[in-house]
Design a protein around this ligand. Structure first.
Ligand code: ZN
Ligand code: ZN
Length: 125
């Protein structure tokens, strides 16, 4: 992998050197529109080759960044206002049910719902 990147970078530099050299050469083909487009193409391709080779190392490091999974699923207890995990079903500080489940259908409902929105069962106790 590393060797191919070095080769790719060298290839890109060679393409740019070739393009610049061809542009300033006295060859008549480099003075035509087609010749210039070809030179520009080679120059840009060289730049992209180098950029792609240098960028690929950076990209691989950036992809590994979002591994810190800390304060994502946090919520506040409606009763004592302390931060609790959204995975908790009961507040560990004041024992308030955080995400009560409908006794009839078992789906998660909000603690201030009077009725289950899924099956209509009364949740008031
Ligand atoms: Zn609480
Ligand atoms: Zn229900």
């Amino acid at each position: 992998m590393k060797a191919s990147r070095v080769i790719g970078t060298i290839l890109g530099i060679l393409l740019i050197v070739f393009a610049v050299g061809a542009y300033f050469s006295d060859e008549p083909s480099s003075k035509t529109d087609t010749g210039r487009i070809a030179i520009l193409g080679a120059f840009l391709f060289g730049l992209f080759t180098i950029g792609g080779n240098l960028g690929s190392t950076k990209k691989k490091q950036e992809v590994r960044l979002p591994e810190v999974k800390t304060v994502v699923n946090t919520m506040t207890c409606p009763s004592c206002s302390k931060p609790v995990s959204a995975d908790f079903t009961v507040c560990p500080y004041c024992a308030t049910p955080l995400s009560p489940k409908c006794p009839s259908c078992g789906r998660e409902v909000s603690s201030d719902f009077k009725l289950c929105p899924y099956c209509g069962t009364s949740l008031k106790q």
